[in-house]
Design a protein around this ligand. Structure first.
Ligand code: ZN
Ligand code: ZN
Length: 417
């Protein structure tokens, strides 16, 4: 089958990267693929690759923005307060049995524009509550998982609004995805290049770990003036994770960040978003959030303020920070100058923070701790997690050591350590 949208050999290389380094599928393992129906051909290809790598079984969980939108508009009111028990059972069972999870992120960024925020909010609460056990498996790396993207028409048109037609937008997004994931170069295969890239991220994380900063202070001309304390024994992570079974995996392809957990009670000041944030397929833009002793005390947004409110207050503890991530302003995805309206891509082009849960392994021994122990160690416990971007060309971040010494971590948007 010929096509003019993407290079078939590059797609093979990309699928190989996802299977080997993203999921790191093992012989005999079950793979679950969450995939939009618009991307069905990709799920078939990934499924074949998984079986060839020895997977014993592959389940596909199809989703469709258009059908979900119709449901949000038309379904009975009571539907939105219940997460289907059979769906919960499937995710709980598969994650407990050690399946790996691949999610294809290709959503229309504004698929749910005009849908009742109340319905979205209630279903957000119902699903977070029902999927607590599954979410805990994900964040403690009890399963291997990977999020990767391929273009969908609605998403490609949003990213490339000036493209002559849908095919051109799709083709541009394919090329951008391959280049951002180091696929299709003339200097070797993506898998080898990713090994070197992962090693560089790990070195950078190690450099920050040696400082064990007590706090970071963020400033830029957009209005960010934020002081964030870090917990004792925090660990900067980057370049992938090790699952509980001892095998490495890459939760995100691409990944350019190094990240850790802030002290949940230790954020003070205001942070200004520098890119739109997509929450439940709705746009939030032109926003700022102010914290006092770790909690959100005020917020504003030019677009999507009601969705921002729901993001902060739907789920307990979403009004505190769970992640601090550092990405150079001068980095491969950022340098494309493209706004992706997709968290996987935008978060890897910008310094970001997340409201909600901290990744347990961002403190020493955290993945083995109970929730209460993690809380005692100062990091946020929550059933949800949402990133928002705050990087800019003039962002400065000062690290403050336990003895009060100030060391520049970021200057003019880039790492200086
Ligand atoms: Zn992140
Ligand atoms: Zn995050």
């Amino acid at each position: 089958m010929g096509n003019t949208l993407y290079n078939e050999a590059h797609l093979d290389e990309y699928v190989d990267l996802i299977m080997r380094q993203g999921i790191n599928i093992t012989p005999g393992q079950t793979l679950v693929i969450n995939c939009p129906v618009d991307c069905a051909f990709f799920a078939r290809k990934a499924s074949l690759a998984a079986y060839e790598a020895g997977a014993s079984n592959v389940y596909i969980r199809w989703n469709d923005d258009a059908c979900s939108r119709i449901k949000y508009l038309m379904a009975d009111e009571k539907v939105f307060d219940v997460f289907p028990p059979w769906d919960k059972l499937q995710l709980d069972t598969l994650s407990q049995e050690g399946a790996a999870f691949l999610s294809v992120s290709a959503a229309d960024p504004e698929a749910f524009k005009g849908v009742s925020p109340d319905r979205l909010s209630r279903f957000n609460i119902a699903s977070s509550t029902a999927l607590k056990g599954y979410f805990e498996k994900i964040i403690t790396h009890g399963v291997r998982w990977c999020i990767a993207s391929i273009p969908s028409e609605a998403w490609a048109k949003k990213v490339f609004p000036k493209a002559a037609d849908t095919d051109e937008a799709m083709s541009l997004l394919w090329k951008t995805i391959f280049s951002a994931t180091r696929v299709g170069g003339t200097d070797g295969k993506a898998c080898e290049k990713w090994q070197a890239h992962v090693a560089r991220l790990k070195e950078r994380a190690a450099a920050l770990n040696r400082y064990q900063f007590a706090a970071l202070r963020y400033n830029n001309s957009a209005g960010t003036d934020l002081y964030i304390e870090l917990p004792q024994n925090h660990v900067w992570q980057g370049g992938g994770d090790i699952a509980k079974d001892g095998r490495a995996f890459l939760p995100n392809i691409p990944t350019e960040e190094i990240f850790t957990a802030p002290k949940a009670s230790g954020a003070n000041g205001t942070v200004v978003g520098t890119m739109p944030s997509i929450f439940r397929s709705n746009l939030i833009d032109g926003f700022s959030i102010t914290f006092k002793d770790g909690k959100v005390v005020s917020y504003d947004a030019e677009i999507g303020k009601e969705h921002l409110k729901n993001m902060i207050y739907d789920i307990p503890a979403m009004d505190m920070l769970g992640e601090i991530a550092l990405v150079d302003f001068d980095s491969p995805i950022s340098n494309t100058g493209i706004l992706f309206y997709n968290t996987l891509y935008d978060e890897n082009a910008s310094c970001h923070l997340a409201l909600g849960s901290a990744y347990p392994d961002c403190i020493k021994g955290g993945a083995e701790m109970t929730e209460d122990e993690r809380k005692e160690n100062g990091i946020n416990i929550c059933d949800s997690h949402h990133d928002f971007m705050i990087g800019s060309a003039d962002l400065s971040i000062i690290g403050i050591t336990a003895s009060g010494e100030e060391i520049a971590v970021f200057s003019n948007g880039n790492f200086v350590i």
